[in-house]
Design a protein around this ligand. Structure first.
Ligand SMILES: [Zn+2]
Length: 389
């Protein structure tokens, strides 16, 4: 059997070529670097580039900081590595975390554009800031703040960079305290009464000096709101505003001005008119004069001598002319005659001193005067026992 040497040779060469090709193919891949440091060997760059988010998460867990790596920081170079297995993105993440100082989130606490704190842990900075306001509130337990903050402009910003050297919490807090002013806003609301005024109104229908309430006074109410701003406890502004909830109602008191010259004790009969006695009660021209006559100018006011109910008010044909009769409901009655005008009606209740009419000369009369009678328990009485002229 004659086997061609050249055939064997050819087969051998072919095996070498194919085998070599297979080995070459299996050992081809991409060396991965993070900022120049080799961190893996992958089949394709997409193994890393398509998994940036899971890589970032895995990295963050490994370094216990918020990693902030970017696709641009990874490099890829095609290489042949015989007997080197390919890495997955998990291996690349683990290797990067273990070998490199990767970029992380760097938080800056700026007070009026001045960087006061740098940290990779935002919670630490926020806790330090919060501690300042909490301590302030604890030191002022009596105050009720509507708002507590800082007078300065406090800003947190985030950027990407290498991990910073963390300072202890107390040191961070101290740096913030030195640069911050605690600003508090307090709102005080107070309701106060608005006093009413007392006005006096004179009236001729009441005895001199007698006072009675016409309108009861009612206090008003106002709300005062005060907003106080303090910096580290020092007051820097105070704004007051007022709102009237209800206006006060002024009290009106009636003051009697009637008959300044006529004495009246307030309980007994008072003089019904200002004038002079011209005729007493008694026999006159052959018949009895049932009352007294008081001379007074035409139109002079005539007042009820005592409080009661008007039982007659009108013209009397018997000689009295315009006449008013009042029942004082205690057994006594009074009568006022020859009036030029009547200012009350039958059935009307009147107070002592209330205007009942005006002096006149109606009926059987020779000139303006008031004819005044007093009747006690149905019998005529001498008015001069009750009034003084
Ligand atoms: Zn008379």
């Amino acid at each position: 059997m004659k086997i061609s040497k050249s055939l064997i040779c050819t087969i051998g060469i072919m095996i070498l070529i194919f085998g070599g090709a297979v080995i070459a193919k299996e050992s081809a891949g991409y060396e991965v670097t993070y900022e120049g440091t080799p961190v893996g060997f992958v089949e394709q760059p997409s193994e890393v580039l398509d998994n940036m988010d899971p890589i970032t998460i895995a990295l963050s867990e490994e370094i216990r900081m918020q990693a902030a790596v970017t696709a641009e920081q990874f490099g890829f170079e095609k290489k042949y590595k015989v007997f080197r297995t390919k890495d997955g993105w998990q291996d690349v993440a683990a290797e990067t975390g273990g070998k490199c100082r990767v970029d992380v989130n760097v938080y800056e606490c700026r007070v009026d554009d001045k960087t006061v704190v740098r940290t990779n842990d935002i919670d630490r900075a926020e806790e330090a800031v919060q501690k300042i306001t909490e301590d302030y509130e604890a030191a002022n337990p009596e105050a009720h703040y509507e708002r507590i903050g800082f007078a300065e402009n406090l800003v947190f910003s985030v950027s990407r960079g290498k991990p910073v050297e963390e300072v202890p919490a107390e040191e961070m807090e101290q740096a913030l305290r030195e640069n911050l002013t605690v600003e508090t806003v307090e709102r005080q609301i107070e309701q106060t009464a608005i006093p009413y005024e007392v006005l006096y109104e004179e009236t001729e229908t009441r005895p001199l000096g007698e006072q009675s309430v016409k309108v009861n006074g009612v206090e008003g109410a106002r709300v005062t709101e005060t907003v106080i701003v303090r910096h580290d406890g020092e007051e820097v502004s105070r704004n007051k505003s007022e709102t009237v909830l209800s206006a006060p109602v002024n009290e009106v008191i009636l003051v009697g001005t009637y008959a300044e010259s006529i004495p009246w004790d307030g309980e007994e009969f008072m003089n019904p008119v200002s004038g002079t006695l011209t005729s007493k009660m008694g026999w006159r021209w052959g018949r009895i004069h049932k009352g007294i006559d008081i001379g007074a100018p035409m139109g002079e006011p005539v007042y009820a001598s005592k409080g009661g109910v008007v039982i007659a008010a009108g013209y009397n044909e018997g000689g009295y002319g315009n006449m008013v009769e009042i029942d004082h409901l205690d057994g006594s009655m009074t009568l006022y005659a020859h009036l030029s005008a009547i200012s009350v009606e039958e059935g009307q209740e009147v107070l002592a001193g209330e205007l009942v009419g005006l002096v006149g000369s109606t009926g059987r009369s020779t000139g303006p005067h008031l004819h005044f009678e007093v009747i006690i328990d149905g019998a005529i009485a001498d008015p001069l026992d009750y009034v003084r002229y």
